[in-house]
Design a protein around this ligand. Structure first.
Ligand code: PRP
Length: 178
C-alpha cells in the first residue's frame, strides 16, 4: 500500500451540528408521512445513518442494501449488482435513502432505479457528502450534508481499503511522493 497522510477536511463538531440541522429539515418534511422506511447503502452510510436517525421522533422501519460493481472494482464500469437486498416491503411506503457520498453518481442512480421498481409511495435521498468533481450522470438528491469539491475522502463511514471508516471527522488522503 502506498504511503499517505490524512488531512482533515470536516471536523467532528461541524458534522454533529450539520447532522442535527439536516435531521430537523427531514423531520419537518416527513413527520406526517405514514410508513417511513429508512434505507442505508452499506457499508459507507452506517455511521451517518446511525447519527441521523437518532434525531428523528417519527416512527420508521430501518433496512439496508449493499451493492457491488463488476470489473475493475469501481462503479464507472456501470455493472452493478445487489449483494444484500432490502428485507422490508417498501411498496406504498415513504422511503428515505441514505448514502455516504455521491461521486460519479452511478451507484446512487442505480439504487434509486432499483428501489423505484418496488413502487414506494415516495423516494427521497439524503447524502452526507456531495462531490461533483467526477459526476457522470444526473442524480437528484433531496438533502445534502456537505458539498466537497474534490479529493479522496475517508472517515465517518468512508474508507480506503476498508480503513478509516471509524474516524469521527472526514479526511483527505494525501499520497506521499505524488
Ligand atoms: C462508495 C460510496 C458510494 C459510492 C459512490 O461505495 O459509499 O456508495 O462509492 O461512488 P459513485 O457515486 O462514483 O458511484 P463503495 O463501492 O466504495 O462501497 P462502501 O460503501 O462499502 O465503501
Amino acid at each position: 500500500m502506498k504511503e499517505y497522510d490524512l488531512k482533515q477536511v470536516i471536523d467532528e463538531q461541524s458534522i454533529r451540528s450539520r447532522v442535527k440541522e439536516l435531521a430537523r429539515t427531514i423531520e419537518a418534511d416527513m413527520r406526517y408521512c405514514e410508513d417511513v422506511v429508512i434505507i442505508g447503502i452499506l457499508k459507507g452510510a452506517f455511521i451517518f445513518m446511525a447519527d441521523l436517525v437518532r434525531h428523528f421522533s417519527f416512527p420508521m422501519q430501518i433496512d439496508f442494501i449493499r451493492i457491488a460493481s463488476y470489473g475493475t472494482g469501481h462503479t464507472s464500469s456501470g455493472e452493478i449488482r445487489v449483494t444484500k437486498d432490502i428485507e422490508v416491503d417498501i411498496e406504498g411506503k415513504h422511503v428515505l435513502l441514505i448514502e455516504d457520498i455521491v461521486d460519479t453518481g452511478l451507484s446512487l442512480k442505480w439504487v434509486m432505479d432499483y428501489l423505484k421498481k418496488r413502487k414506494p409511495a415516495s423516494l427521497k435521498v439524503c447524502v452526507f457528502i456531495d462531490k461533483k468533481e467526477r459526476r457522470e450522470c444526473e442524480v437528484s438528491v433531496d438533502y445534502v450534508g456537505f458539498e466537497v469539491q474534490e479529493g479522496f475522502l475517508v472517515g465517518y463511514g468512508l474508507d480506503y481499503s476498508e480503513r478509516h471508516r471509524e474516524l469521527p471527522g472526514v479526511y483527505e488522503v494525501r499520497f506521499r511522493n505524488g
